[in-house]
Ligand binder design. Structure first.
Ligand code: GLU
Length: 435
């Protein structure tokens, strides 16, 4: 336990009795974990160990707002596991962040890193705030204070943050600077997803979307689907969805629908993703008012008669309430946790191939790993090298998960959990229990 900052308290408690509700993302994780643990015949003690976050840090963040008044924010950093290496995972800023959500996301990072074989454990951070209603100065002060409060948690060999929802390269630069000022040396490897001029990696920004493209093509090959003309709907037009839509179009797919917070956009002849990217960039990162498409609702987008559906926005989009209406043959989860356990069952019965989040969006952390390696070596790779290595690792991860699922006659999601839990459990067995 660490209490070295008066604003930071770490708690480590017995796991609360698990309720089986579908709305809690941590419980949704545990529900899948349970199925995989049964397949693996995981020892009870290992089960408890691997389902429990290693450390939970909750910190109070005072920020002097532009009005001159102090406002308190609450921040989290959950270290789920450091069995395979230093913990790794993004930080999200949102008004509705909850500790359970951060716990689920932290454990997904553990499984994600194991699936793509990068030597990291899993972590996640979050701050409850409304970043859209804050000035750049307020965001900077909040980021710096959160980082200062986490000085003993973060570290290139300990815990390495990255961007997630509503956090970006600039925020990573402030984390790097704050940590480095306290450490009295510049420590680029303490954070990934930072600007290239500060030791960021070529290809990191596009990495998650690129990984989505790679596993989608791998799945189409398994299903003997032709790539040219394959229809795609993408929910979300942020860093993941927009890049995935662009790259899939470049491969010959026809992206017929995308959405962002302003709504859904549909064109049965295929959207001009290039024009939409330019429009959104020029329009404050919003597609609001984009004319060359008809409007559709979020639900309509999800149930379009397309070959591939890529939910790249946020959690809990496909649930038992709407899973039956899904018509796509492949769902590729660019977002973390877009499908509930109830929906998993319905989709499996329908024969929909779901490429689970912990595989589909692992391209981001894979290039984060490349970034960390480059920072530590002080030797930087070309974009081409990054992309080739990413493609290779994502294709291998897809094959490994596909084979595991086949071996146990289960879904790709459960196959992915089995693969990941086995890797972490084997490492735990070798390390043993200290003390
Ligand atoms: N936030 C991203 C994720 O959910 C990236 C994490 C990282 O690169 O460490 O995978």
């Amino acid at each position: 336990m660490q209490f070295n900052d008066p604003h930071q308290k770490a708690i480590y408690s017995e796991p609360a009795p698990i309720k089986r509700s579908h709305e809690n993302p941590f419980e949704a994780m545990v529900e899948r974990f349970d199925i995989a643990a049964k397949i693996l015949e995981l020892d009870e003690g290992f089960y408890e160990y691997l389902v429990t976050p290693a450390r939970i840090h909750i910190t109070a963040i005072p920020v002097v707002m532009d009005t001159g008044k102090i406002k308190m924010f609450e921040g989290y950093r959950v270290i789920h596991s450091d069995i395979l290496g230093p913990s790794k995972g993004g930080i999200r800023y949102a008004p509705d962040v909850t500790l359970d959500e951060v716990k689920a996301l932290a454990s997904w990072m553990t499984w994600k890193c194991a699936i793509v074989s990068v030597p990291f454990g899993g972590a996640k951070g979050g701050v409850i705030c409304d970043p859209k209603g804050m000035s750049a100065g307020e965001l900077e002060r909040m980021t710096r204070r959160y980082t200062a409060n986490m000085t003993d948690v973060f570290g290139p060999d300990k815990d390495i943050p990255a961007p997630d929802m509503n956090t970006n390269e600039q925020i990573m630069a402030w984390i790097l600077d704050t940590y480095s000022m306290q450490a009295k040396r510049t420590a680029p490897a303490v954070v990934t997803g930072k600007p290239i001029s500060l030791g960021g990696s070529e290809g990191r920004r596009e990495a998650t979307g690129r990984g989505v493209m790679t596993v989608t093509l791998a799945a189409m090959e398994r299903l003997n689907m032709r790539v040219a003309g394959t229809t795609v709907a993408v929910q979300g037009f942020g860093n993941v969805g927009s890049v995935a839509a662009d790259l899939l179009t470049q491969q010959g797919c026809k992206v017929v629908a995308v959405s962002d917070v302003s709504g859904g956009y549909y064109n049965e002849n295929g959207l001009n993703i290039h024009a939409m990217l330019a429009y959104s960039a020029a329009n404050g990162n919003s597609l609001e008012g984009y004319a060359d498409a008809s409007p559709i609702s979020n639900q309509e987008l999800l149930s379009l008669d397309v070959d591939v559906l890529a939910p790249c926005a946020k959690e809990d989009q496909i649930t038992s309430a709407n899973a039956d209406s899904i018509r796509a043959k492949i769902i590729v989860e660019g977002a973390n946790g877009p499908t509930s356990p109830g929906a998993d069952k319905i989709l499996a019965e329908k024969g929909t191939l779901v490429i689970p989040d912990i595989l589909a969006n692992a391209g981001g952390v894979t290039v984060s790993y490349f970034e960390w390696v480059q920072d530590r070596q002080g030797y930087f790779w070309t974009k081409d090298r990054v992309e080739r290595r990413l493609d290779r690792m994502m294709s291998k991860a897809f094959d490994d998960v596909y084979d595991k699922a086949g071996k146990h006659d289960t879904t790709l999601r459960i196959g992915a959990y089995v693969l990941a839990i086995k890797k972490v459990a084997d490492a735990l067995k070798l390390r043993g229990i200290y003390g």
